[in-house]
Design a protein around this ligand. Structure first.
Ligand code: XMP
Ligand code: MG
Length: 180
């Protein structure tokens, strides 16, 4: 079957270098540590698979006790949003009365975040906040926003640092755009 995305390859230069990403994560962690100062414990809810690399770097710079939990949300096939969000709990966290910090790789149309937030609110957590590495505000189809944003970027499809194209490139330490 022909590949609907055609022959795509990585941009020669990264959109976000590994050093720029690490520097920004330091800043995000400092902000989160200040905002949650005194919190007994927070639930770091990592959205698989894309946020796993970001969460590993961010979580190790947070100073409050963390409980690591995982959900799976999937809305893309190749470089196209399917519009349908497949959501699955991977671990079984107790969220009632807890402070939940959701860690996402990227906010795009907003569908995943909207669905996740409404699911989480049903469990009566003490608070829910979202920390996303990347935000594409120009792509929103439904209202969604993150409390913590690493980088605001344009509409181009990006890979690396956890983000994939058909499950490839997650291990790259920098973020690249795909070029046709
Ligand atoms: P929505 O549209 O629900 O999208 O806000 C969030 C999810 O879509 C995926 N996504 C991307 N994945 N490069 C990727 O590797 C991209 O440029 C991109 N844009 C959206 C991603 O899985 C995210 O959780
Ligand atoms: Mg993906």
């Amino acid at each position: 079957m022909a590949d609907p995305d055609g022959p795509l390859k990585l941009s020669a230069e990264p959109l976000l270098s590994a050093a720029a990403i690490q520097e920004r994560i330091e800043e995000l962690a400092a902000q989160i540590n200040a905002d949650y100062a005194g919190a007994e414990e927070i639930v770091l809810l990592v959205v698989l698979k894309g946020a796993v690399v970001f969460a590993a770097d961010l979580g190790r710079r947070l100073t409050m006790p963390l409980r690591w939990e995982f959900v799976r949300a999937k809305s893309y096939q190749g470089a196209q949003s399917t519009g349908h969000v497949d959501y699955r709990r991977i671990t079984d966290p107790e969220l009632q009365g807890r402070h939940v910090l959701v860690v996402e790789d990227i906010l795009d149309t907003g569908r995943t975040t909207q669905k996740l937030r409404s699911r989480l609110e049903e469990e009566n957590p003490a608070s829910v906040a979202l920390c996303t590495l990347l935000d594409k505000p120009g792509q929103r189809l439904v209202p969604a926003a993150a409390e913590y944003v690493g980088f605001t970027i344009g509409p181009k499809f990006v890979v690396g640092y956890g983000l994939d194209h058909d499950e490839r490139y997650r291990e790259l330490p920098a973020v690249y755009t795909l070029v046709g």
